[in-house]
Ligand binder design. Structure first.
Ligand code: IMP
Ligand code: MG
Length: 180
């Protein structure tokens, strides 16, 4: 059953699980013989992150970071702010940044500048979703699971006003929910 605030399911639980497996295999190949620091950008990437690292055979260190960019609105402010920082140094380390979605690209640009500035040896970005039509800065993930159009989506970590994050699928939110 689809949540009544959602218009249609974009990606089912099964489709997501299959892609997560493929992304994990790609990362295992890339990180052979190393132990990267996997960074989850909270809260959006939390569900994807847990499934992804669990599907990987490579050992990883797990770190969390929180960047706010939206507040209660569905339009990005373009000025992301670091709310929660890492607990470990990334200097000289391989960093695997796990994002929920790359939209304008501002959050990713900020994370990249910050983590590379701290002396990460390598920086790899995996994103669950990519909205290339919305880009304001030239940013790109190294691996993107799904490309989506210019629609506001929720579920599997993604929220609208902190809601819908624990839906197991990804769905398009009804416009009436954010225009009322
Ligand atoms: P950016 O800085 O504009 O690339 O924004 C990235 C952040 O915006 C993501 O981490 C999400 O939290 C949020 N975001 C962008 N598009 C959507 C969407 O369709 N649904 C839910 N959150 C979104
Ligand atoms: Mg969000």
């Amino acid at each position: 059953m689809i949540h009544p605030d959602c218009e249609r399911i974009l990606l089912t639980e099964e489709e997501i699980a299959e892609k997560v497996k493929q992304a994990a295999a790609w990362l295992d190949e890339r990180y052979k013989g190393t132990t990267p620091i996997a960074v989850s950008v909270l809260k959006g990437s939390a569900l994807f992150f847990c499934d992804l690292v669990r599907a990987m055979k490579t050992p990883v260190f797990m770190e969390f970071m929180m960047v706010s960019s939206y507040g209660g609105s569905s339009v990005s402010s373009g000025i992301p702010k670091i709310v929660l920082d890492l607990s470990a140094s990334v200097e000289g380390k391989d960093v695997l940044l796990v994002e929920d979605i790359v939209d304008s690209g501002h959050s990713l640009a900020k994370m990249r500048a910050l983590l590379e500035g701290r002396g990460a040896k390598s920086f790899t970005v995996v994103t669950l979703l990519d909205k290339p039509s919305r880009r304001q800065v030239p940013e790109q993930a190294d691996y993107s699971c799904f490309e989506v159009g210019n629609e506001f989506i929720v579920g599997y970590g993604l929220d609208y006003d902190q809601r819908y994050r624990n839906l197991p699928y990804i769905a398009v939110l009804k416009e009436s929910v954010y225009t009322k």
